[in-house]
Write a protein of this length. Structure first.
Ligand code: NAD
Length: 289
């Protein structure tokens, strides 16, 4: 299949490489020369613009930093330039409102389009083990699914356009909340004289058990291997968690949803990132508590 791939960064580079590995004719474009060179080495054909990459494509996949860039790309270089028979997939993490607006414009021009943000970081993008949360019509989802399956281990239909983004930010808001709660509990347990391993042994089989504790423990040397065991390097950067929390707060505002815990988590991550910790894994917030 001829697939245009726009945005070959940390995530998109590995995803485009996996599409090429699966035998697709990947037509790649990025503003960055090193990203284009890496895509070429991975078996993609590179182009001088998104418009050129999209001409004749049967599918377009994008993996870009934010909603304004996604909107600009689709309005100026994809819609009206890719054949209307092409299915469009935006895998970036962007705000729900822009995702719905762009998909609306694509549909009005005769395209099938989905929002398909991912769970999983750079390692999962390289390994082809991402989880995709997909918003769009049944037809668009069914057309997008085999393409996403070449880049991931799970592809889940979340409902109408924008619902992929909604699922992603609600999930990550919950993750931020239980990570902070887990950090607070470990820090307080220690101040009360409890050994962290002992607290883990008790809480991990009691009602406080949660994913941040038993799969991603913020305390070094406790629980399975996690970024805390590597001085909070690698994993999911605080800056990216903050990006998702800001999107969550914007969506909550638009939907008139009460998110007192999400808002507190967002403000704590603002403080932690603002103190120069944006590059550390998000579990490092335990240092601030
Ligand atoms: P990145 O900054 O490494 O890559 C973005 C790429 O887009 C860059 O190579 C940049 O040159 C390119 N680009 C920007 N504007 C462009 C344009 N107009 N045309 C063509 N190319 C353009 O970012 P990333 O880490 O790969 O993240 C991409 C998306 O995936 C973001 O929305 C992010 O929130 C999401 N995400 C990232 C992670 C992660 O761990 N990095 C995890 C889950 C989701």
């Amino acid at each position: 299949m001829k697939i245009a791939f726009i945005g070959l960064g940390n995530m998109g580079g590995g995803m485009a490489a996996n599409l090429a590995k699966a035998g697709h004719d990947v037509r790649a474009f990025d503003l960055s020369r090193p990203a284009l060179d890496a895509a070429q080495d991975a078996g993609c054909t590179t182009f001088g613009s998104a418009k050129e990459a999209c001409a004749g494509a049967e599918a377009v996949v994008s993996m870009l930093p934010n909603g304004a860039i996604v909107k600009g790309l689709y309005e100026n270089e994809v819609i009206g330039h890719a054949p209307t028979g092409a299915v469009l997939l935006d895998c970036s993490t962007i705000d729900v409102a822009t995702a719905r607006e762009v998909i609306g414009a694509a549909e009005a021009a005769g395209y099938d389009m989905v929002d398909a943000p991912v769970s999983g970081g750079i390692a999962a993008a390289n390994a082809g083990t991402l989880t995709f949360m997909v918003g769009g019509t049944e037809t668009a989802f069914n057309r997008a699914k085999p393409i996403l399956e070449a880049m991931g281990k799970a592809v889940i239909h979340a409902g109408d356009a924008g619902n992929g983004q909604a699922a992603k930010i609600c999930n990550n808001m919950l993750l931020a909340i239980h990570m902070i709660g887990t950090c607070e509990a470990f820090a307080m347990a220690q101040k009360l004289g409890l050994d962290p391993q002992t607290f883990y042994d008790i809480s991990s089989v009691s009602s406080g058990q949660n994913w941040s504790m038993t799969s991603y423990c913020p305390v070094p040397g406790v629980g399975p291997q996690s970024p805390s065991d590597n001085d909070y390097q690698g994993g999911f950067a605080t800056a990216l968690m903050l990006k998702d929390l800001r999107l969550a707060m914007e969506a909550a505002d638009n939907a008139d949803a009460a998110v007192p815990m999400g808002a507190r988590a967002a403000s704590l991550y603002e403080d932690f990132a603002g103190a120069g910790n944006g590059g550390l894994d998000f579990s490092a917030i335990i240092k601030m508590l």
